[in-house]
Design a protein around this ligand. Structure first.
Ligand code: PMP
Length: 308
């Protein structure tokens, strides 16, 4: 991976090499940081970089900071300004990934989340697909269970909690899968290591409710409204049994990284005929046109980076 040229760090855009922390930094030692992840999509015809739903991403980012009792010097507007300054300095003319991070910056020993000082950084790097086979992924149900709301809240993108995702992801990849599906403590389907999940059964789209230890994904929210309003597909937010995965007509992983990924095998079982299904195909087609600014109706989901 090529390193960024710049970072938004402690309130200004600086060369990336100057965005540094010491090894005693609280968040590095105890995982007391929260992060976000957005994509910028480059539209060649318009020579424009569009950030997808940045206000929604930053709103969730600030919600995550509240879970760790962080007091930030920035609101959504200030973060948007910082992000735009950074993206204009980088000048990417290709798709990119944007990573805001809020972290307890104190260099000290002591496990806690009070009486600490939070800082913010944002970086952006060129980025393509996150998952190797997004048109036909093979997932494995993980033996690692998803962190529970009363352990570390999964609705926050809390850095320390991603050890849970990392354990599941690496074991899945080492076992030959593209990604893991994590179950809750009670054995219900939760999500992928870094993506939400949809299951299509008999024309109805199912996705776990926000009370099932999922991250409240922006892509999930996007697809719920596209399924209902554009494809006329009923969406139910309800608990999903593991065995429903195996008898599903279609399964999708969705998120900023994986985008809209067709899952065609789970635990070595083909999903339906083992090919991408029609609802997944329609959603992918619509989603990729929307994020590049090719569907007028949804242009207000996009923030153009470059001034014209
Ligand atoms: N679940 C987890 C655990 C994630 O890390 C992500 C990626 N942010 C998602 C779901 C998808 O969320 P979003 O669509 O907001 O990127």
């Amino acid at each position: 991976m090529t390193l960024p040229r710049y970072a938004f760090f402690k309130g200004q855009v600086v060369p990336y090499a100057e965005a540094r922390v010491g090894v005693l930094t609280h968040s590095l030692n105890y995982g007391t940081a929260v992060f976000g992840g957005m994509r910028g999509y480059y539209n060649h015809q318009e020579d424009q970089l569009y950030v997808f739903r940045p206000q929604d991403h930053l709103k969730r980012f600030l919600q995550s900071t509240r879970l760790l009792r962080m007091e930030l010097a920035y609101d959504t507007e200030a973060l948007l300004r910082g992000m735009l300054d950074l993206l204009r300095a980088e000048g990417h003319r290709q798709d990119c990934y944007i990573r805001p991070l809020a972290f307890y910056a104190d260099e000290m020993i002591g496990v806690r989340i009070h009486d600490l000082h939070a800082e913010v950084s944002i970086v952006a790097i060129p980025y393509g697909p996150y998952i190797a086979h997004e048109e036909g992924a093979h997932l494995g149900v993980s033996s690692w269970r998803r962190v529970d709301d009363n352990v570390i809240p999964a609705r926050g993108k809390i850095a320390g909690a991603y050890v849970n995702s990392a354990l599941a992801k690496s074991d899945a990849v080492r076992a030959g899968f593209d990604d893991a599906i994590l179950l809750n403590h009670d054995g219900h389907v939760c999500e992928g290591s870094a993506a939400n999940i949809f299951v299509i059964r008999e024309g109805v789209a199912l996705t776990p409710p926000v009370t099932d230890n999922i991250l409240e994904g922006i892509t999930r929210k996007t697809l719920i409204s596209l399924l209902r309003e554009e494809l006329g597909v009923q969406v139910l937010e309800r608990r999903i049994d593991r065995s429903e995965l195996y008898v599903a007509d279609e399964v999708l992983l969705v998120g900023t990284g994986v985008q809209v990924c067709a899952v065609t095998r789970i635990d070595h079982r083909p999903i339906a005929d083992g090919q991408m299904g029609p609802i997944t195909r329609s959603l992918r087609d619509l989603f990729f046109r929307i994020v590049r600014g090719q569907v007028d109706k949804y242009r207000d989901w996009l923030l153009p980076v470059y001034e014209k």
